[in-house]
Design a protein around this ligand. Structure first.
Ligand code: FE2
Length: 407
């Protein structure tokens, strides 16, 4: 699927503030778009949602950047001076304002000619920059040419920003389970991605909304790259041409959303001053694996108790067709997504589902088992899409763990 028609609101629709923020239209547009983004994610290959906007406008995103990345925060020198004085027991009147300040998680970064500026603070937008265009013009002059900027964590700017991010990513997050997610704005007047064609293996999925300016994007499947591709991938100087043509190339305009999974090498070529707002879902789960496992162990025991060993008081025969089983534990089978894995809890113990392709079938099976008191094995074999041998092995294990017993 390469192109998906968006809403009735084409890219030609006006981008006035009230069109974006002051109507129920926005809420329904966000909800409809969110379902379309989920479908793109499930499909799994780079694709464009045409004319999804207006969802964000240049002036408000520019304002979010100013709030999330004020010049004062970008400099750590004052904090270092204060820390030094406090370390020597000197009075420091001004305490760090940790309670009030917004924390976007990562600082803004700026690029000029393929190189990152060591200190972007003097070039960040200030309140006195009346418009995005003014700031681009001034910064272009100050840096002596085309430049790029990456501004992550804009959801901390205000609750309206956070609301829209959560509305758009909600259905996709329901599929992935809890993940770290964020906005990342890309702005400037650079002609191509300042850090080269690159891959972000720590990302699960990116949906990029084009706010301002036309841009072209190219994608290469990263899983089939070879060692010799290292010459051009991440070549920020752009000295080495890609070895192969991209598998996907899209022309984008304001109001479009382009999706790509973290497996794909990508790079952008914007025209003139541009602003794009990425909505990123990282692979990292905010909970540790140990926390997920501990929660599943508690949930499937209704607390905690000493456990008999697996196969503690049953015969160890393999469960076969023709068998009827009865549920033994009053607590359900529980499961949770953790990063790429599905972790399953049964009677205080956990295991990991062995492969990704059958996770949906496994979840369906567990939900079905939780609703039954009796399990007629032959019926279950017919009802599931799992391989019969895998199902029988699973039922044997559940019996050994004390969740089922033979009738
Ligand atoms: Fe990227």
């Amino acid at each position: 699927m390469a192109y998906v028609e968006g809403s009735l609101y084409g890219a030609a629709q006006s981008c006035e503030t009230e069109a974006v923020t002051d109507s129920d239209d926005l809420a329904s547009r966000l909800a409809r778009t969110a379902e379309q983004l989920r479908a793109l994610f499930e499909d799994g290959s780079p694709a464009v949602l045409r004319g999804a906007g207006p969802l964000f406008e240049t002036a408000e995103v520019f304002e979010w950047i100013k709030r999330a990345h004020p010049q004062a925060r970008a400099s750590t020198s004052l904090a270092k001076i204060h820390a030094l004085k406090r370390g020597w027991g000197l009075d420091v009147d001004e305490l760090p304002s940790a309670g009030e300040a917004r924390d976007p998680g990562r600082p803004a970064e700026m690029y000029r000619g393929g190189a990152m500026l060591l200190e972007p603070a003097p070039f960040l937008p200030r309140p006195d920059h009346a418009s995005f265009a003014d700031w681009v013009r001034e910064t272009h002059a100050a840096l002596g040419g085309e430049f790029g900027m990456q501004a992550p964590g804009l959801e901390c700017a205000c609750f309206d920003a956070l609301d829209r991010l959560q509305a758009l990513l909600g259905p996709t997050l329901a599929l992935t389970g809890p993940r770290t997610y964020r906005y990342n704005a890309f702005v400037g007047d650079y002609r191509r991605t300042p850090f080269g064609f690159h891959v972000d293996p720590h990302q699960e999925a990116v949906f990029q909304y084009v706010v301002e300016g036309r841009r072209q994007v190219s994608f290469w499947e990263g899983l089939i790259l070879q060692d010799r591709d290292a010459d051009w991938v991440e070549d920020a100087n752009g000295l080495v041409r890609p070895r192969t043509e991209p598998e996907h190339r899209f022309e984008l305009e304001p109001g479009d959303i382009v999706f790509w999974p973290g497996t794909h090498v990508h790079g952008f070529a914007p025209e003139g001053p541009s602003m794009a707002l990425s909505m990123v879902i990282d692979r990292a789960c905010p909970r540790s694996r140990a926390e997920v496992v501990a929660a599943l162990e508690v949930e499937t025991m209704g607390g905690q108790a000493a456990l008999p060993p697996p196969n503690g008081d049953e015969d160890h025969d393999f469960v076969t067709r023709g068998t009827t089983l009865r549920r033994r534990s009053s607590f359900p089978i529980a499961y949770a997504r953790w990063e790429d894995a599905l972790i399953i809890g049964v009677c205080g113990r956990t295991f990991e589902w062995p492969e990704r392709a059958s996770i949906a079938a496994a979840i369906e099976l567990f939900d079905g088992l939780n609703e039954r008191e009796r399990v007629v094995v032959d019926e279950l074999v017919e009802a599931t899409t799992l391989f019969e041998d895998d199902l029988l092995e699973l039922l044997t294990m559940f019996t050994g763990l004390g969740w089922l017993r033979r009738v």
